[in-house]
Design a protein around this ligand. Sequence first.
Ligand SMILES: Cc1cc2nc3c(=O)[nH]c(=O)nc-3n(C[C@H](O)[C@H](O)[C@H](O)COP(=O)(O)OP(=O)(O)OC[C@H]3O[C@@H](n4cnc5c(N)ncnc54)[C@H](O)[C@@H]3O)c2cc1C
Length: 247
Amino acid sequence: MAINWIETEIIEHKRWTDVLASLKFKGKVQPYTAGQFTKVGLKIDGELISRPYSYVSSPNDDFLEIVYVKVPDGKLTPALSDLNVGDKLFAMEKASGFFVMSEVPDGEDLWMLATGTGLGVFISLLKTKEPWDRFRNIVLVHGVRAADELTYKTQIDDFTSSFGERFSYIPTVTREKKDGCLNLRIPAGLKNKDFQKIAKLDITKKSQVMICGNPDMINDTVKLLEKDGLERNRRSKPGNITLEKYW
Ligand SMILES: Cc1cc2nc3c(=O)[nH]c(=O)nc-3n(C[C@H](O)[C@H](O)[C@H](O)COP(=O)(O)OP(=O)(O)OC[C@H]3O[C@@H](n4cnc5c(N)ncnc54)[C@H](O)[C@@H]3O)c2cc1C
């Protein structure tokens, strides 16, 4: 189906590190659901180059937001990185995707496992009421290589203030030691039960697990969870594991 492109305007470009940044922009896109992605694009050498990005913003926000990593030799992200406030960016009029709460079956507790920029989609989901209304406890695990990639801490602190013991945030940094953070990959943290101990929750067939980010992390995590009897969630057969791969 042909994409209807909307011209939007950059209102903020927050640089977390040399290669990791968030873009806020404004434009008349159609209402979307938390967890969906848009495509953003730029004219490069006369051709519109676009890629999908999950919204970090939530439907109630009065701005649109994505978080991206500048991929060396990437076709789009080096150009995104050059954008300044006031510059134009094309975005899809209508968002897409099924990594949304209505696709996640009911359960007792909700685990959200993210690496890198995969955190963004969970920020969008957690800004809405639905996960909090439907699940007793929520655990957000964010895996990054370096501590300066632990983004959206202010927003995460707001969730902690609002939901107290119902919410656990577990940052894990693989390539350096950092106070207050674990120092292992997400599959290792699940296998050792380090995450479960910190959250004081087990992962059982009554849990729902959403996973987003690096495909190796996703594949390894799914294999582990399947060993414990959890199953991929499919429309034809509801399960416990809902995922979104970025590449
Ligand atoms: C549904 C969906 C949602 C996505 N949401 C996001 C998002 O919120 N944020 C985001 O940064 N990317 C996201 N992506 C990936 C994004 O669409 C692009 O692939 C990425 O930004 C690279 O674009 P590029 O043109 O610069 O690189 P390309 O020339 O297209 O090179 C692609 C290569 O870049 C690498 N790569 C792609 N994405 C990432 C990443 N996030 N972190 C590290 N390496 C990566 C992989 O090696 C991939 O093979 C999403 C992809 C999908 C399918």
